[in-house]
Design a protein around this ligand. Structure first.
Ligand SMILES: Cc1cc2nc3c(=O)[nH]c(=O)nc-3n(C[C@H](O)[C@H](O)[C@H](O)COP(=O)(O)OP(=O)(O)OC[C@H]3O[C@@H](n4cnc5c(N)ncnc54)[C@H](O)[C@@H]3O)c2cc1C
Length: 330
C-alpha cells in the first residue's frame, strides 16, 4: 500500500469531513472503517431519524445527510478500506503504519482518529436464548420501517431511539406497543408528546422476560416489575432500544492517552503521540460537546495542523472555500 499524508480511522461524519478537508488541502487520504458502509452512527444506528441541529438544514434525515456527507467526503477520491478494523499502530521512519484486523499494513504520515464510540454493540435484554431470536423478529434497531407494515411490534425502551422508532413504525402502518420498565423517560418531551398524539399503546413498569415462536418471533412474555405478574402477548417483532455499549477496543493499546474511554487531545486536537490526532465523539478535552456540528469543526482544525506538520511552509488557514475554484457537484 502507498503511504498517504493522513489516514482517517472511522468514516462517520467527523471522518468524512476530515477526508474532504484534507483533500481540499491537497493531502492524500485513506479512510478505514470497520463497517462496510460509511456514515458512522447515522448509518448504523439511526438512518431514519431526523436531525434538527445541522447548520442549513432545519430537518434532515440521517441517511440523507450521510448521502451528502459521503459525496463531499469522497470528492477528492480518498483510498477506502472498508470492513476492516484498524487494530495496531506502529511507529516507522516516515510516520506510522496501521495494521488492520485482516493483516493489511497501511503506511501513513499522520493519523486522524475519528472512531466515535469505537466498536459499538447494542445492550441486550439479557434473557435466556436471546441470541436465537436475533434476525428472526428480535432486533436492536430498524433498518427499514416499511418491513413492519401491518405487523404487531413491541418496542422496548424509554429513550429517544425507542420513542422515535415507535413513532416511525406506527407511521409505516405497524401496530406498535412501547414497553418500558419505569414511568419516566429519557426521550425529549416533544417526542413523547408526538408519541401520545398518535395514540400509540404503552405498557409501563414492564420488561420482556421471554420470547416465544417457531421459525420467527410469535410472542413475548412481559413481567410487571412491581407485582411480578406475567402476561404472554402475541407479537411479530421485538425491537430493543435500551442503549449501546461501546468500546474503543484496539485503539486503547496504541499508546494514546485515554480518559474516560476517550482519547485526550489538546486545543489543536493533537494526542500525546506526534502526528496522531483525534476528533469527533472519540476525543475529549475540557468543554467537549458530542455533536456532528462540533465534530466536523474539530476535523477541519486537525487536518490543517496535520498539513503544517507534513509541510511546514503551508499556512494553517487555507482561506475560504468560496474563494477556491472547486467543481460544483451538488
Ligand atoms: C440515536 C442517536 C441520535 C443522534 N442524534 C443527533 C443529532 O440530532 N444531532 C447531532 O449532532 N448528533 C446526534 N447524534 C450523535 C452523532 O451521531 C455523533 O455525534 C456522531 O455520529 C459522531 O460522529 P463521529 O464521526 O465522531 O463518530 P461515529 O459516527 O461514531 O463514527 C465512527 C466510525 O468509526 C468506526 N470505527 C471505530 N473504531 C474503529 C477502528 N478501530 N477501525 C476502523 N473503524 C473504526 C466505526 O465503525 C464508525 O463507523 C445522535 C446519536 C444517536 C446514537
Amino acid at each position: 500500500m502507498q503511504r498517504v499524508d493522513t489516514t482517517i480511522i472511522g468514516g462517520g461524519p467527523a471522518g468524512l469531513f476530515a477526508a474532504f478537508y484534507a483533500g481540499l488541502r491537497g493531502m492524500s487520504v485513506r479512510i478505514v472503517d470497520s463497517l462496510p458502509d460509511l456514515g458512522g452512527q447515522l448509518t448504523a444506528l439511526y438512518p431514519e431519524k431526523y436531525i434538527y441541529d445541522m447548520p442549513g438544514f432545519p430537518a434532515v434525515l440521517a441517511k440523507d445527510l450521510v448521502t451528502q456527507m459521503v459525496k463531499q467526503g469522497l470528492q477528492f477520491s480518498p483510498d477506502l478500506v472498508l470492513g476492516e478494523t484498524a487494530a495496531h499502530l506502529h511507529r516507522d521512519d516516515d510516520g506510522y503504519s496501521i495494521e488492520t484486523d485482516q493483516g493489511n499494513s497501511l503506511p501513513t504520515r499522520t493519523v486522524i482518529i475519528s472512531a466515535g464510540a469505537g466498536a459499538f454493540s447494542p445492550t441486550k435484554l439479557g434473557i435466556e436464548g436471546e441470541s436465537e431470536w436475533e434476525g428472526r423478529g428480535l432486533a436492536y434497531g430498524v433498518r427499514n420501517p416499511a418491513e413492519y407494515q401491518g405487523k404487531q411490534v413491541l418496542v422496548i425502551g424509554g429513550g429517544d431511539s425507542a420513542f422515535d422508532w415507535a413513532i416511525a413504525l406506527h407511521d409505516h402502518g405497524a401496530q406498535v406497543t412501547l414497553v418500558h420498565r419505569r414511568d419516566v423517560f429519557r426521550a425529549h418531551e416533544e417526542t413523547v408528546r408526538s408519541f401520545h398524539a398518535r395514540g400509540i399503546q404503552m405498557r409501563l413498569w414492564e420488561s420482556v422476560v421471554g420470547i416465544g415462536g417457531d421459525d420467527c418471533v410469535r410472542s413475548a412474555t412481559l413481567e410487571n416489575n412491581q407485582t411480578k405478574t406475567r402476561e404472554l402477548v402475541t407479537t411479530d417483532a421485538v425491537i430493543v432500544n435500551i442503549g449501546f455499549k461501546s468500546s474503543l477496543g484496539p485503539i486503547k493499546t496504541w499508546g494514546v492517552e485515554i480518559e474516560k474511554n476517550q482519547v485526550k487531545v489538546d486545543h489543536l486536537y493533537q494526542t500525546n503521540l506526534p502526528g496522531v490526532f483525534a476528533v469527533g465523539d472519540v476525543c475529549t478535552f475540557d468543554g467537549k460537546i458530542k455533536l456532528i456540528a462540533t465534530g466536523v469543526g474539530e476535523a477541519a482544525t486537525a487536518v490543517c495542523v496535520a498539513k503544517q506538520l507534513i509541510d511546514p511552509s503551508a499556512r494553517l488557514f487555507p482561506g475560504h472555500s468560496s474563494d477556491m475554484d472547486l467543481p460544483v457537484n451538488a
